[in-house]
Design a protein around this ligand. Structure first.
Ligand SMILES: C[S@@+](CC[C@H](N)C(=O)[O-])C[C@H]1O[C@@H](n2cnc3c(N)ncnc32)[C@H](O)[C@@H]1O
Length: 329
């Protein structure tokens, strides 16, 4: 096992809104050297011999921040599911459309983006601040390398701010406590909660719907949640095989049926067009649409009501709202 050990002793300073900023080295413009601690980042215990979702995702999107183990693991999955690239790209487009909608039309000015991945074009703060320069974004990720690249993403407008918190989605209470302690977001005001292509890394034993509910319960009425999640509904054989590869390489993922995915939004107002493949959510890209089997991610955006009533065991009907401009219920 190759371990890269350097120093990350915690936030070195905070922005004027109290958001922690971590010391990081310059970002390299080439694939990460395999054994160069200085280049790898100011990271404690970064194990580059083990593939990691963020770096595999970066490789699939054509980024530069990955190690040999990530590339090999990603190629194994791509050999079975070459359309993974299309799905990952469409998922990013969905993120952009959803954040643009929330900022431009729903008036959201603060976002909690959990599992943002390594820096890539169209990051949440870029999209939001292009509409509202004062928008604030808190990024939360459990990958030390994502944290080490914070500086690359922390190019907030002077009016707004963004920052990173190192935490794990499997412990939503910890995420909320850290955000409260850092004063990153003001949960008395509406916020946008983003869980894009991250929830499927949480094992079923940890009850992913409960994790979503815990985060939702912290949000003010008029907040929104955006989720995308792997599904096997449209290409069961190949997605199942790619999931087996995920188990073998130590990056297990779960899938959801459409019903299971819709249940995540229990008690919320699901915006039109509801829970659909990410490529179909308010698509504004010209040209031919990808086939469903090329996507394999469901996506949806929903609004938090004033009084959210969530059934304990889901199989609820999902309310729909045509626009975020609708009145609170
Ligand atoms: C596939 S990438 C998705 C990136 C981006 N959200 C997107 O949709 O393009 C998954 C991200 O989730 C992060 N992640 C995976 N498991 C996590 C966990 N348990 N807690 C926090 N982040 C996690 C990974 O480090 C990575 O940054």
């Amino acid at each position: 096992m190759i371990r890269v050990t350097a120093k990350l002793l915690g936030p070195s300073f905070t922005t004027r809104t109290g958001i922690p900023v971590f010391p990081v080295p310059e970002t390299k413009d080439s694939p990460m050297p395999e054994q160069d601690p200085a280049s790898a980042g100011a990271i404690d215990d970064l194990d580059i011999s083990v593939p990691h979702p963020a770096r595999m995702h970066n490789y699939v999107l054509g980024g530069k921040d990955h190690f040999a183990a990530d590339r090999e693991a990603a190629e194994k999955r791509l050999a079975i599911l070459p359309d993974w690239r299309t799905g990952a790209r469409e998922n990013r487009h969905f993120l952009g459309r959803a954040v643009r909608y929330l900022t431009a039309e729903a008036g959201i000015r603060q976002f909690l983006d959990i599992g943002p991945g390594l820096p890539a074009a169209g990051a949440t703060h870029e999209v939001a601040q292009a509409v509202a320069p004062g928008a604030r974004v808190a990024y939360v990720d459990n990958d030390p390398m994502v944290i080490s690249h914070a500086r690359a993403l922390l190019t907030s407008t002077p009016q707004g701010s963004c920052g990173y918190l190192h935490a794990d989605l499997s412990d939503p209470e910890d995420i909320l406590a850290k955000i409260a302690a850092a004063g990153v977001l003001d949960f008395s005001e509406p916020a946008g909660l983003l869980l894009l292509a991250v929830l499927h890394f949480i094992p079923a034993s940890l009850d992913p719907p409960r994790i979503v509910r815990t985060l939702l319960d912290a949000l003010a009425p008029g907040s929104y949640v955006v989720i995308s999640h792997l599904t096997r509904d449209h290409d069961p054989a190949r997605v199942s095989r790619s999931m087996k590869v995920g188990d073998q390489i130590g990056v297990p993922v779960r899938s959801m049926t459409l019903d299971e995915f819709e249940d995540l939004f229990a008690g919320l107002e699901l915006l039109d067009p509801g829970a659909v493949l990410v490529s179909e959510w308010r698509r504004d890209i010209p040209g031919p649409r990808p086939l469903p089997r090329e996507i394999n991610f469901y996506g949806a955006v929903a609004r938090v009501r004033r009084h959210r009533t969530v059934p304990v065991q889901a199989s609820p009907g999902v309310a729909r709202a045509s626009s975020a401009a609708d009145s609170t219920s």
